[in-house]
Write a protein that binds this ligand. Structure first.
Ligand code: URA
Length: 266
């Protein structure tokens, strides 16, 4: 490498110049030898596509959620366990616990983020504007909460003012969402939006990268579950130009369900 470009080469050339100029090189070379070596240039690596996102939080609520969730063997029991759980501070400000809506043996499970105002008032997930949009989308591919889809969230109480849930709130509720998948063993798990996708898949990739792909949801000791990510209906209400992508997601779900032999209403 040209000494002009290589810092070590440039330093050696400078020392040679000083030596020739009569500088006391014992001192200069000792200083040079003691100087920290330039770090080897690491080969360029691809950024990992997965990374833990949630910070460590107090373990007592998480432990209590795990114990309650583990004690449930049906969706109805899990709902009762969530209602009994006092480890999520959001419960204190919410009107209702919002757990699920739809048949408790549905082949398709949709998990969104958290209840909003309408959901809090009615005690059911996805009943506001974005929920109505979700129902219309599902109807296009023969799915509905009346017949073959169970709808739930990763958080069961409305965050005040619809703020984002904190990591502590997400982790306190997560054992219940995980247990719901384990109990229901859906043929297809659809994660609506970034927050549900990151929480359930433990990935940090952008939602636009995760959507439209056949993925797998897995937890140790449990069978893997087919999973996919769709754009959140609330996002589509804000960005209607993205409905094109949402339509592709629906077609993927439809094709996958057909392959899996899941009955849809046509
Ligand atoms: N958005 C969600 O993610 N869940 C709901 O229940 C309502 C809106």
């Amino acid at each position: 490498m040209d000494a002009n470009l290589d810092p070590a080469g440039a330093a050696r050339a400078l020392l040679a110049f000083w030596r020739a100029a009569g500088v006391d090189m014992d001192v200069a070379e000792a200083v040079y030898a003691a100087a920290p070596k330039a770090a080897a240039v690491a080969p360029k690596r691809e950024a990992p596509i997965t990374a833990p996102r949630l910070k460590k939080v107090a373990s007592a609520p998480v432990d209590s959620a795990r114990a309650l969730a583990a004690s449930a063997n049906t969706v109805a029991e899990l709902r009762a366990a969530v209602e009994k759980f006092d480890g999520c501070a959001l419960k204190a400000t919410a009107r209702n616990t919002v757990f699920s809506d739809g048949p408790e043996d549905a082949p398709v499970l949709i998990i969104g983020e958290a209840p909003g105002k309408d959901e809090d008032e009615q005690g059911k997930p996805f009943v506001g504007r974005s929920g109505q949009m979700l129902d219309r989308m599902l109807d296009q591919i023969g799915l509905s909460r009346q017949s073959n889809v169970l709808i739930s969230n990763t958080i069961y109480w409305r965050p005040p003012g619809n703020r984002d849930p904190t990591d502590g709130e997400i982790l306190a509720c997560l054992p219940f969402a995980e247990r719901l998948v384990a109990i229901l063993q859906p043929k297809l798990l659809i994660l609506a939006g970034k927050s549900a996708a990151h929480t359930m898949l433990r990935r940090t990739d952008g939602v636009l990268k995760l959507r439209g792909r056949r993925l797998s949801y897995g937890r140790e000791g449990e069978p893997a579950v087919n999973a996919m990510v769709m754009l959140h209906p609330a996002y589509l209400l804000r960005q209607p130009q993205q409905k094109r992508l949402a339509w592709t997601d629906l077609l993927l779900a439809e094709a996958w369900l057909k392959e899996l032999g899941v009955a849809r209403v046509t």
